[in-house]
Ligand binder design. Structure first.
Ligand code: BGC
Length: 533
């Protein structure tokens, strides 16, 4: 039986009062995990020259901007999120000249560049932390509890597992919400504010188009650093406010950075990596005088189910509309299981991507998802470098430490020593058969995931109704989401079975071959289709 998708009373959403056009409002931003993207010098580690050499690929893919993960001088205790010098490039990744050349080349080909800034902590090799006097003022040192100060100052746990405190030789303790090599900065100290403003200016002067702000919800801690009173705190991140995350005080920092960003021309943006308990709390980070975007992790973590997806889409749009910001969408990044694996199948991943790219707002892609790469689950323990991995023995909570599985270097060629990643090996072993998923193997194959992404991004560019703007839900059979954008209807079948329905228009693109005979169409299980109306 064919079912109707049209509802006479569609629910409307808009992204509220637009404070003005901005490139980021509907941009598709591609995350480059520099270490694993392309290796220009054959040392097995991706670098900035490698990224520059592949700019034509990104241009052809059809994205608007790149976000580069940290490439600063760093001992690499946490993949570069432990910064020792914010104004220099680690020799592993190249030089400052290479960063400059990359930014210029990206701009010359019409791509914007966002870089990562890590303000919650530095490396323990940062000159401030190495100087005992400076360290006392600019980081968070406290005396221990217990008769001899042998117990940590409070019960906070590190996101990577174990206590969030490490004792120094002097006998006091310092706070690190992540690894011990990543001491937390003291944002009550004006020198810290001044230094980060200077760092932002340094890179803005070099021409970057904005910053992805790491742990944007973490810099301010509750006064007195109170106990939480329970274990397994990592499981609470993102579901409730903790004394070290999402404190109201962080917003003053973001407001001051917005003023700084606005003082530069060319619409430079700030993007919050913030884990907030509700879409409403997250929306506070994107108020008109704060950052431009925040990652929508509620969407990333939603179940593949009609009601769950609809609920998170509605809540995300309503929350951002209330402050006039665009919504963002993301399915994968360097910290989570790749969505081709997390959602249970490549079919679902392809459908989820088409769903994401049809929603109003901006979308983030993570390198390799356009190849349909799965999570690599079989890495040998000795190859793993995620700091949480070595800290997981004998503890009850914290990340599992398996983030290397989504960071395996990209396959560019069907064969060769590292499938075209570079002339040498690759810092994490690539699975056998990785070449079959390579850019070379998929290019020109219309059924490939790469060509699906290219087609979707080209259509998104060509159809002004996609991107930022209105959407309205349409009635649809059980398990099917259907919504209209100006000129386009998107239908998503979240069930595993074929569903027959009346085609809402002319088929534009589908995540899987889709039979249409006249007005009668069949939407296969776990598939998404875009229709011109
Ligand atoms: C980054 C992680 C990093 C952590 C500490 C995160 O949010 O995305 O990769 O381990 O911040 O800097």
């Amino acid at each position: 039986m064919t079912e109707q998708l049209t509802s006479p009373t569609p629910v409307r959403h808009t992204t509220g009062q637009h404070p003005g056009p901005g490139w980021w409002r509907d941009a598709v931003i591609y995350q480059v995990y520099v270490r694993s993207f392309a290796d220009s010098d054959g040392d097995g580690i991706g670098d900035l020259r490698g990224v520059r050499a592949r700019l034509p690929y990104l241009k052809e893919l059809g994205v608007d901007a790149l976000w580069l993960t940290p490439f600063y001088a760093s001992p690499q205790a946490d993949g570069g999120y432990d910064v020792a010098d914010h104004r220099s490039v680690d020799p592993l990744f190249g030089s400052l000249e290479d960063a400059d050349a990359l930014i210029r080349a990206a701009h010359a080909s019409g791509l914007r560049v966002i870089i990562d800034i890590v303000p919650n902590h530095t490396s323990d090799r940062h000159p401030w932390f190495r100087d005992p006097e400076l360290a006392r003022e600019r980081y968070l040192f406290r005396p221990g509890r217990g008769t001899g100060g042998e117990l940590p100052p409070n019960d906070w746990e590190s996101v990577f597992g174990g206590p969030a405190w490490t004792r120094t030789e002097r006998g006091d303790w310092y706070l690190h919400l992540f690894a011990p090599e990543q001491p937390d900065l003291n944002w009550d100290n004006p020198d810290v504010h001044a230094e980060f403003e200077a760092i932002l200016r340094f890179w803005l002067d070099l021409g970057v188009d904005g910053f992805r702000i790491d742990v944007a919800h973490g810099m301010v801690k509750a006064p007195g650093l109170p106990d939480i009173g329970c274990d397994s705190q990592a499981t609470l991140i993102g579901s409730q406010t903790l004394p070290f995350f999402d404190q109201d005080g962080v917003h003053a920092i973001h407001r001051s950075w917005r003023t700084l960003l606005d003082s530069y021309g060319g619409a430079r943006i700030g993007v919050a990596e913030a884990w907030a308990p509700t879409p409403e709390r997250l929306a506070l980070y994107v108020r008109p005088d704060e950052l431009h975007q925040a990652f929508n992790f509620q969407f990333l973590t939603a179940r593949w189910e009609k009601e769950a997806l609809r609920e998170v889409i509605d809540a995300s749009l309503a929350a951002t509309a209330s402050v006039g910001a665009p919504t963002t969408w993301v399915l994968s990044n360097h910290d989570v299981v790749r969505h081709a694996t997390r959602l249970g199948s490549l079919a679902r991943a392809r459908a989820a991507t088409l769903l994401m790219l049809a929603l109003p707002g901006s979308a983030y892609l993570y390198q390799g998802e356009e190849l349909g790469l799965p999570e690599v689950t079989e890495l040998p323990d000795e190859a793993r470098q995620d700091p949480a991995f070595t800290r997981r023995a004998g503890r009850s909570s914290g990340q599992e430490g398996l983030r290397d599985g989504c960071r395996v270097p990209l396959p560019w060629a069907a064969d060769g020593p590292s499938y075209g990643f570079g002339d040498g090996g690759s810092w994490l072993p690539q699975p056998a058969g990785w070449g079959g998923l390579s850019v070379a193997a998929q290019t020109g194959d219309v059924d490939s995931t790469l060509e699906l992404y290219r087609a979707a991004l080209a259509l998104r560019r060509a159809l002004p109704g996609l991107g930022d703007g209105e959407m309205s839900w349409r009635e649809a059979p059980d398990g099917v989401l259907a919504f209209a954008r100006p000129g386009v209807v998107c239908t998503v079948n979240t069930t595993g079975r074929d569903i027959a329905f009346e085609a809402p228009g002319r088929l534009l693109l589908a995540s899987t071959p889709l039979p249409v005979r006249g007005a009668a169409a069949v939407l296969p299980g776990d598939a998404c289709a875009w229709w011109a109306i």
